[in-house]
Write a protein that binds this ligand. Sequence first.
Ligand code: NAD
Length: 463
Amino acid sequence: MPELVYTPLEDIEKKRTELRNGFKSGKLRSIEYRKYQLLQLTYLVKENAEKLEEALAADMGRPAIESRFIEVNGTITETLGAYNNVEKWAKPEKAPFNMTWFPMKPTVHKEPKGTVLIICPFNYPIWLSLGPIAGALAAGNTVLLKPSESTPATSTLLTELIAKYLDNDLVQVVNGAVAETTKLLELQWDHILYTGSGRVAKIVSAAAAKHLTPVTLELGGKSPVFVDPNCDLEVTAKRILWGKVVNAGQTCVAPDYVLVPRAFQSTLVEALKKQYAEFYPDGPQAKDAYARIVTPQAYNRIKGLVDGTKGKVAIGGETDAEGKYIAPTIVEDVPIGDSLLSEEIFGPVLPIVPVENVDEAIEYVNAHDHPLAIYIFSRDAEFKKKVLTSTQSGGVGINETVLHSGAEGLPFGGIGPSGSGYHTGKHTFDIFTHLRATIDNPSWVDRILSIRYPPYTAKKFKA
Ligand code: NAD
């Protein structure tokens, strides 16, 4: 595992100055040049897909096929999507026709904000850094990327590849942890996109407020699953389990816990056991079967939550500190107030919380922070409608988990404590775009609109 070289603190401001100069150079005023950079970004991923997958495996033990499906391909969709659409996205828009205003040619220009800061978490380090870089470049901004220090192999590789493939007047990387990010946050930026935990989001927001810098926050939280006994049981179990085990549960939209009618709990648990056996015929610890926990600290935190539960472990529970391995673990009969319900699990542990009925489940969810996602498994249109209309969340997956976050065209973002602002595709372009409103008023308009000029005579008032 390579050691991540942290950027010297004294170099950080210099990098910001270089990027400001890069912005002033006007290179990115040219849509052609933006497209060139977006193509380079696409080549960066395509030509190095295997190396990136190896780095992700070194950092998180993630199977290559999982990285290809959930991260590498999705990143190419983002970079290529920006390449294909940048002309359309960046085109000025005329205001809707209005008799009074149309002679002044009211127009909205899509302008870059300037030099922006993108701070990334560890869990999807390629998708959550290169996707936002694509949106920021498409909008004409220069970018400082701060990758996570918890994925040294991937962050080292990203740093090398960005230096090699992209124009370094326009994109640079700062590596490091709290001290380096704190230094970055002392500086003024034209926008900050922060993806990570709510705890650090408060630090980022407070620092940004000192400069009145606009901020987009992509956070996490506890995303609940509502299970209706009237569901396709096999598909329900398969999709819930997949959402939990992919990247070993280290996914912002992972199903965090399941709310199920008490009488249906054992049926659901049996179905989950069956899927578990099908997913892992040689056990989850087998080579290339399943990811590992990112750091010993994260391993200890998740293990602590399981050790503290009053629920009953139905599947899994095995751990290995040295390998940072926590088996996919399903815990049933988890009571309200349990350790597993105290914070975002962000690991491969699925608490099942028995409730009397859907009303009790809705009440529980509404008594807590708005989650990033809500999942509903049901065949009943009324059940789906009831949960949808009685709750709030960033997004919703009906009879599915996780995938809505990558669906092309959909905004991906939280609400309240799960985040503010939206990303992926055109939504990322919008984060980094200033809508500059202009009018260009010909002199002859004064023949019609001279009423506005003093003196304010009684005759004008009547006109
Ligand atoms: P984190 O908040 O610990 O770290 C994210 C970034 O913040 C890192 O680059 C880190 O160096 C920096 N950081 C950490 N402590 C800091 C401090 N005190 N001051 C300044 N900077 C600091 O998050 P993580 O553990 O890497 O990621 C997990 C979290 O991210 C989860 O809550 C997850 O739900 C969330 N997440 C959200 C999305 C989304 O799109 N909504 C996507 C992925 C992850």
